[in-house]
Design a binder for this molecule. Structure first.
Ligand code: NAP
Length: 286
Protein backbone atom coordinates (compact mmCIF):
# COMPACT_ATOMS: atom_id res chain seq x y z
CA UNK A 1 0.00 0.00 0.00
CA UNK A 2 1.13 3.54 -0.79
CA UNK A 3 2.26 5.91 1.90
CA UNK A 4 -0.32 8.56 2.62
CA UNK A 5 0.24 12.19 1.64
CA UNK A 6 -1.95 13.24 4.58
CA UNK A 7 -0.72 14.01 8.09
CA UNK A 8 -3.57 15.39 10.16
CA UNK A 9 -7.02 13.82 10.27
CA UNK A 10 -10.08 15.19 12.02
CA UNK A 11 -12.96 12.85 12.78
CA UNK A 12 -16.39 14.39 13.38
CA UNK A 13 -18.79 12.15 15.28
CA UNK A 14 -15.95 10.14 16.85
CA UNK A 15 -17.99 9.37 19.95
CA UNK A 16 -20.62 7.58 17.87
CA UNK A 17 -21.08 3.90 16.97
CA UNK A 18 -18.86 4.07 13.90
CA UNK A 19 -16.79 7.19 14.54
CA UNK A 20 -15.19 5.59 17.58
CA UNK A 21 -13.89 2.70 15.48
CA UNK A 22 -12.71 5.02 12.70
CA UNK A 23 -10.75 7.07 15.22
CA UNK A 24 -9.26 3.97 16.85
CA UNK A 25 -8.15 2.75 13.42
CA UNK A 26 -6.43 6.05 12.61
CA UNK A 27 -4.71 6.02 16.01
CA UNK A 28 -3.50 2.45 15.43
CA UNK A 29 -1.99 3.42 12.07
CA UNK A 30 0.44 5.53 14.07
CA UNK A 31 1.26 7.91 11.22
CA UNK A 32 -1.38 10.60 11.73
CA UNK A 33 -2.13 13.46 14.07
CA UNK A 34 -5.67 12.48 15.07
CA UNK A 35 -8.16 15.14 16.09
CA UNK A 36 -11.66 14.46 17.35
CA UNK A 37 -14.18 17.19 16.56
CA UNK A 38 -17.01 17.33 19.06
CA UNK A 39 -20.00 19.58 19.04
CA UNK A 40 -20.29 22.27 21.69
CA UNK A 41 -21.16 22.52 24.54
CA UNK A 42 -18.29 20.54 26.05
CA UNK A 43 -19.42 17.49 27.95
CA UNK A 44 -17.95 14.36 29.47
CA UNK A 45 -17.86 11.32 27.27
CA UNK A 46 -16.19 7.99 28.02
CA UNK A 47 -15.33 7.27 24.39
CA UNK A 48 -13.78 10.72 23.95
CA UNK A 49 -11.74 10.17 27.13
CA UNK A 50 -10.55 6.79 25.86
CA UNK A 51 -9.57 8.19 22.46
CA UNK A 52 -7.77 11.08 24.17
CA UNK A 53 -5.86 8.60 26.36
CA UNK A 54 -4.63 6.92 23.15
CA UNK A 55 -3.38 10.19 21.69
CA UNK A 56 -6.36 11.89 20.03
CA UNK A 57 -6.71 15.63 20.50
CA UNK A 58 -10.29 16.62 21.38
CA UNK A 59 -11.51 19.90 19.87
CA UNK A 60 -14.95 21.47 20.20
CA UNK A 61 -16.90 23.66 17.81
CA UNK A 62 -20.32 25.07 17.24
CA UNK A 63 -21.40 23.32 14.03
CA UNK A 64 -23.51 26.36 13.08
CA UNK A 65 -20.59 28.77 13.33
CA UNK A 66 -18.26 28.64 10.34
CA UNK A 67 -15.45 30.62 11.96
CA UNK A 68 -15.54 28.44 15.05
CA UNK A 69 -15.33 25.36 12.82
CA UNK A 70 -12.47 26.82 10.79
CA UNK A 71 -10.55 27.48 14.02
CA UNK A 72 -11.19 23.92 15.21
CA UNK A 73 -10.11 22.18 12.00
CA UNK A 74 -7.14 24.42 11.14
CA UNK A 75 -4.21 22.32 9.88
CA UNK A 76 -6.41 19.34 9.00
CA UNK A 77 -5.67 17.46 5.78
CA UNK A 78 -8.63 15.07 5.90
CA UNK A 79 -12.03 15.27 7.56
CA UNK A 80 -13.91 12.06 8.13
CA UNK A 81 -17.48 12.72 9.11
CA UNK A 82 -19.37 10.02 10.99
CA UNK A 83 -22.11 12.20 12.34
CA UNK A 84 -25.74 11.19 12.32
CA UNK A 85 -29.15 12.80 11.94
CA UNK A 86 -29.78 15.39 9.24
CA UNK A 87 -26.80 14.56 7.06
CA UNK A 88 -27.00 17.78 5.00
CA UNK A 89 -27.64 20.36 7.68
CA UNK A 90 -25.26 18.73 10.16
CA UNK A 91 -22.39 18.59 7.64
CA UNK A 92 -22.77 21.51 5.23
CA UNK A 93 -21.19 24.13 7.49
CA UNK A 94 -18.34 21.72 8.23
CA UNK A 95 -17.81 21.27 4.49
CA UNK A 96 -17.81 25.04 3.91
CA UNK A 97 -15.36 25.50 6.78
CA UNK A 98 -13.20 22.69 5.33
CA UNK A 99 -12.98 24.51 1.99
CA UNK A 100 -11.88 27.72 3.67
CA UNK A 101 -9.48 26.00 6.06
CA UNK A 102 -7.58 24.32 3.21
CA UNK A 103 -8.68 20.74 3.99
CA UNK A 104 -7.70 18.42 1.15
CA UNK A 105 -10.18 15.54 1.44
CA UNK A 106 -13.64 15.18 2.98
CA UNK A 107 -15.07 11.71 3.61
CA UNK A 108 -18.78 12.28 4.24
CA UNK A 109 -21.03 10.30 6.53
CA UNK A 110 -22.20 7.56 4.13
CA UNK A 111 -21.14 4.10 5.34
CA UNK A 112 -24.22 2.19 4.24
CA UNK A 113 -25.43 0.24 1.24
CA UNK A 114 -24.89 1.32 -2.34
CA UNK A 115 -27.99 2.14 -4.36
CA UNK A 116 -28.36 2.32 -8.13
CA UNK A 117 -27.63 5.61 -9.88
CA UNK A 118 -30.79 7.52 -10.69
CA UNK A 119 -32.96 5.87 -8.03
CA UNK A 120 -34.91 8.45 -6.07
CA UNK A 121 -33.41 8.48 -2.57
CA UNK A 122 -35.42 7.30 0.40
CA UNK A 123 -36.36 10.19 2.78
CA UNK A 124 -34.16 8.68 5.53
CA UNK A 125 -31.04 9.21 3.40
CA UNK A 126 -32.08 12.01 1.00
CA UNK A 127 -29.91 14.43 2.98
CA UNK A 128 -26.83 12.26 2.24
CA UNK A 129 -27.50 12.77 -1.48
CA UNK A 130 -27.90 16.53 -1.04
CA UNK A 131 -24.56 16.71 0.76
CA UNK A 132 -22.92 14.71 -2.07
CA UNK A 133 -23.98 17.41 -4.56
CA UNK A 134 -22.34 20.11 -2.44
CA UNK A 135 -19.23 18.00 -1.90
CA UNK A 136 -18.69 17.21 -5.56
CA UNK A 137 -18.69 20.92 -6.46
CA UNK A 138 -16.61 21.97 -3.44
CA UNK A 139 -13.22 21.37 -5.04
CA UNK A 140 -12.25 19.08 -2.16
CA UNK A 141 -11.30 15.48 -2.79
CA UNK A 142 -13.92 13.03 -1.55
CA UNK A 143 -14.49 9.33 -1.04
CA UNK A 144 -17.79 7.53 -0.70
CA UNK A 145 -17.43 4.40 1.37
CA UNK A 146 -20.13 1.76 1.00
CA UNK A 147 -19.80 -1.01 3.57
CA UNK A 148 -23.30 -2.49 3.66
CA UNK A 149 -24.80 -3.32 7.04
CA UNK A 150 -22.73 -3.52 10.21
CA UNK A 151 -22.79 -6.91 11.98
CA UNK A 152 -23.71 -4.98 15.12
CA UNK A 153 -26.83 -3.61 13.35
CA UNK A 154 -28.10 -6.85 11.80
CA UNK A 155 -30.78 -7.08 14.47
CA UNK A 156 -32.22 -3.82 13.18
CA UNK A 157 -32.24 -5.38 9.71
CA UNK A 158 -34.28 -8.40 10.81
CA UNK A 159 -31.84 -10.87 12.44
CA UNK A 160 -33.08 -11.20 16.00
CA UNK A 161 -30.60 -13.53 17.71
CA UNK A 162 -32.31 -13.28 21.10
CA UNK A 163 -35.64 -14.59 19.81
CA UNK A 164 -34.14 -16.73 16.99
CA UNK A 165 -36.31 -14.96 14.49
CA UNK A 166 -35.47 -13.53 11.05
CA UNK A 167 -37.64 -11.06 9.17
CA UNK A 168 -37.09 -10.90 5.42
CA UNK A 169 -38.33 -7.98 3.34
CA UNK A 170 -37.27 -9.70 0.10
CA UNK A 171 -36.71 -13.25 -1.17
CA UNK A 172 -34.14 -15.18 0.82
CA UNK A 173 -31.82 -15.47 -2.19
CA UNK A 174 -31.36 -11.67 -2.25
CA UNK A 175 -27.83 -10.53 -1.44
CA UNK A 176 -26.70 -8.57 1.57
CA UNK A 177 -23.29 -6.98 2.25
CA UNK A 178 -22.07 -6.93 5.83
CA UNK A 179 -19.06 -5.97 7.94
CA UNK A 180 -18.06 -5.34 11.55
CA UNK A 181 -17.84 -1.78 12.83
CA UNK A 182 -14.16 -2.28 13.68
CA UNK A 183 -13.26 -3.46 10.17
CA UNK A 184 -15.29 -0.63 8.60
CA UNK A 185 -13.19 1.74 10.71
CA UNK A 186 -9.99 0.11 9.42
CA UNK A 187 -11.07 0.29 5.79
CA UNK A 188 -12.03 3.94 6.19
CA UNK A 189 -8.66 4.81 7.75
CA UNK A 190 -6.68 2.79 5.20
CA UNK A 191 -8.63 4.34 2.30
CA UNK A 192 -6.29 7.34 2.51
CA UNK A 193 -3.56 5.08 1.10
CA UNK A 194 -5.66 3.71 -1.79
CA UNK A 195 -5.31 5.73 -5.03
CA UNK A 196 -8.82 4.75 -6.22
CA UNK A 197 -10.32 6.43 -3.16
CA UNK A 198 -9.51 9.90 -4.52
CA UNK A 199 -12.84 11.25 -5.81
CA UNK A 200 -14.16 7.72 -5.94
CA UNK A 201 -16.14 4.96 -4.33
CA UNK A 202 -14.68 2.31 -2.06
CA UNK A 203 -16.80 -0.81 -1.57
CA UNK A 204 -15.95 -3.14 1.29
CA UNK A 205 -17.51 -5.99 3.20
CA UNK A 206 -18.61 -9.59 2.76
CA UNK A 207 -21.45 -10.49 0.42
CA UNK A 208 -23.82 -13.40 0.91
CA UNK A 209 -27.49 -14.21 0.48
CA UNK A 210 -30.00 -13.67 3.25
CA UNK A 211 -30.47 -17.41 3.41
CA UNK A 212 -26.72 -18.01 3.76
CA UNK A 213 -26.59 -15.42 6.51
CA UNK A 214 -29.52 -17.05 8.26
CA UNK A 215 -27.67 -20.38 8.13
CA UNK A 216 -24.65 -18.79 9.85
CA UNK A 217 -26.90 -17.50 12.63
CA UNK A 218 -28.55 -20.93 12.94
CA UNK A 219 -25.19 -22.76 13.01
CA UNK A 220 -23.82 -20.55 15.77
CA UNK A 221 -27.02 -20.49 17.83
CA UNK A 222 -27.43 -24.26 17.35
CA UNK A 223 -31.08 -24.22 16.35
CA UNK A 224 -33.51 -23.48 13.54
CA UNK A 225 -34.88 -19.95 13.45
CA UNK A 226 -38.41 -18.79 12.75
CA UNK A 227 -38.57 -16.88 9.45
CA UNK A 228 -41.12 -14.14 8.91
CA UNK A 229 -41.64 -12.95 5.37
CA UNK A 230 -42.75 -9.33 5.31
CA UNK A 231 -42.45 -8.46 1.66
CA UNK A 232 -45.21 -5.88 1.22
CA UNK A 233 -43.91 -3.30 3.74
CA UNK A 234 -43.21 -0.73 1.04
CA UNK A 235 -46.62 -1.30 -0.55
CA UNK A 236 -48.39 -0.90 2.83
CA UNK A 237 -46.34 2.20 3.64
CA UNK A 238 -46.89 3.86 0.25
CA UNK A 239 -50.63 3.16 0.18
CA UNK A 240 -51.16 3.85 3.91
CA UNK A 241 -52.62 0.40 4.50
CA UNK A 242 -53.24 -0.29 8.19
CA UNK A 243 -51.25 -1.08 10.19
CA UNK A 244 -49.02 1.44 8.38
CA UNK A 245 -45.39 0.36 8.86
CA UNK A 246 -43.03 2.90 10.47
CA UNK A 247 -40.79 4.95 8.13
CA UNK A 248 -37.75 3.06 9.36
CA UNK A 249 -39.25 -0.30 8.29
CA UNK A 250 -40.03 1.20 4.88
CA UNK A 251 -36.36 2.27 4.74
CA UNK A 252 -35.13 -1.24 5.62
CA UNK A 253 -37.36 -2.75 2.94
CA UNK A 254 -36.14 -0.07 0.48
CA UNK A 255 -32.50 -1.01 1.16
CA UNK A 256 -33.24 -4.76 0.99
CA UNK A 257 -35.02 -4.31 -2.34
CA UNK A 258 -32.62 -1.89 -4.00
CA UNK A 259 -29.06 -2.29 -2.70
CA UNK A 260 -26.54 -3.11 -5.42
CA UNK A 261 -23.48 -5.24 -4.77
CA UNK A 262 -20.67 -4.38 -7.16
CA UNK A 263 -17.30 -6.10 -6.65
CA UNK A 264 -15.62 -5.14 -3.40
CA UNK A 265 -12.22 -3.48 -2.96
CA UNK A 266 -11.26 -5.61 0.06
CA UNK A 267 -8.13 -6.99 -1.62
CA UNK A 268 -6.64 -3.50 -2.02
CA UNK A 269 -6.35 -3.30 1.78
CA UNK A 270 -3.88 -4.81 4.23
CA UNK A 271 -6.20 -7.15 6.14
CA UNK A 272 -8.97 -9.73 5.88
CA UNK A 273 -12.22 -8.76 7.58
CA UNK A 274 -13.59 -10.68 10.53
CA UNK A 275 -16.04 -13.33 9.31
CA UNK A 276 -19.64 -13.25 10.45
CA UNK A 277 -19.15 -16.67 12.07
CA UNK A 278 -16.22 -15.38 14.15
CA UNK A 279 -18.28 -12.35 15.10
CA UNK A 280 -21.34 -14.39 16.05
CA UNK A 281 -19.27 -16.90 18.01
CA UNK A 282 -18.11 -14.10 20.25
CA UNK A 283 -21.38 -12.19 20.43
CA UNK A 284 -24.25 -14.68 20.52
CA UNK A 285 -24.91 -16.26 23.86
CA UNK A 286 -26.78 -19.54 23.44
N1 NAP B 1 -24.47 0.46 7.59
C1 NAP B 1 -25.01 0.35 8.79
O1 NAP B 1 -25.41 -0.72 9.25
C2 NAP B 1 -25.09 1.59 9.63
C3 NAP B 1 -25.58 1.52 10.94
C4 NAP B 1 -25.55 2.66 11.72
C5 NAP B 1 -25.07 3.86 11.20
N2 NAP B 1 -24.64 3.91 9.91
C6 NAP B 1 -24.11 5.17 9.34
O2 NAP B 1 -22.91 5.51 10.02
C7 NAP B 1 -22.83 6.92 10.19
C8 NAP B 1 -22.63 7.24 11.68
O3 NAP B 1 -23.73 6.73 12.43
P1 NAP B 1 -23.58 6.35 13.97
O4 NAP B 1 -24.71 5.42 14.31
O5 NAP B 1 -22.18 5.92 14.23
O6 NAP B 1 -23.83 7.78 14.65
P2 NAP B 1 -24.21 8.09 16.19
O7 NAP B 1 -23.62 7.03 17.05
O8 NAP B 1 -25.67 8.31 16.32
O9 NAP B 1 -23.60 9.54 16.43
C9 NAP B 1 -22.39 10.01 15.92
C10 NAP B 1 -21.87 11.24 16.64
O10 NAP B 1 -22.20 12.41 15.88
C11 NAP B 1 -22.15 13.54 16.72
N3 NAP B 1 -23.38 14.29 16.45
C12 NAP B 1 -24.65 13.98 16.79
N4 NAP B 1 -25.51 14.93 16.37
C13 NAP B 1 -24.76 15.85 15.74
C14 NAP B 1 -25.06 17.10 15.12
N5 NAP B 1 -26.30 17.56 15.05
N6 NAP B 1 -24.06 17.79 14.59
C15 NAP B 1 -22.79 17.35 14.67
N7 NAP B 1 -22.45 16.17 15.27
C16 NAP B 1 -23.42 15.45 15.79
C17 NAP B 1 -22.07 13.06 18.16
O11 NAP B 1 -20.73 13.24 18.59
P3 NAP B 1 -20.26 14.41 19.62
O12 NAP B 1 -21.35 14.59 20.63
O13 NAP B 1 -19.00 13.86 20.20
O14 NAP B 1 -20.03 15.63 18.79
C18 NAP B 1 -22.38 11.56 18.02
O15 NAP B 1 -21.71 10.78 18.97
C19 NAP B 1 -24.10 7.50 9.57
O16 NAP B 1 -23.84 7.87 8.23
C20 NAP B 1 -25.07 6.33 9.56
O17 NAP B 1 -26.03 6.40 8.52
C21 NAP B 1 -24.61 2.81 9.12
Amino acid sequence: MNETQFHTVTIAGATGNLGFHITNAFLKQGCYNVNVLRKKPENNNEKADLLASKGAKIVYANYDDKNDLIKAIKGTDVIVSAINGDYYNNQIMLLTAAQEAGVKRFIPSEFGSELPQGLEPHPVIASKYKLREALETSGLEYTYIFNGIFYEFLKTFGFDAKNKKATFYVNDDAKIRIISLADAGRYIAESLKIPEARNGIIRVGLTLTLNELLQKFEEVSGCKWEVIEDKDVQHRFKNKIEPIPPLIDDFKAFISNNAVHHDVDNDKFSFTPLSITEFLNSSIKC
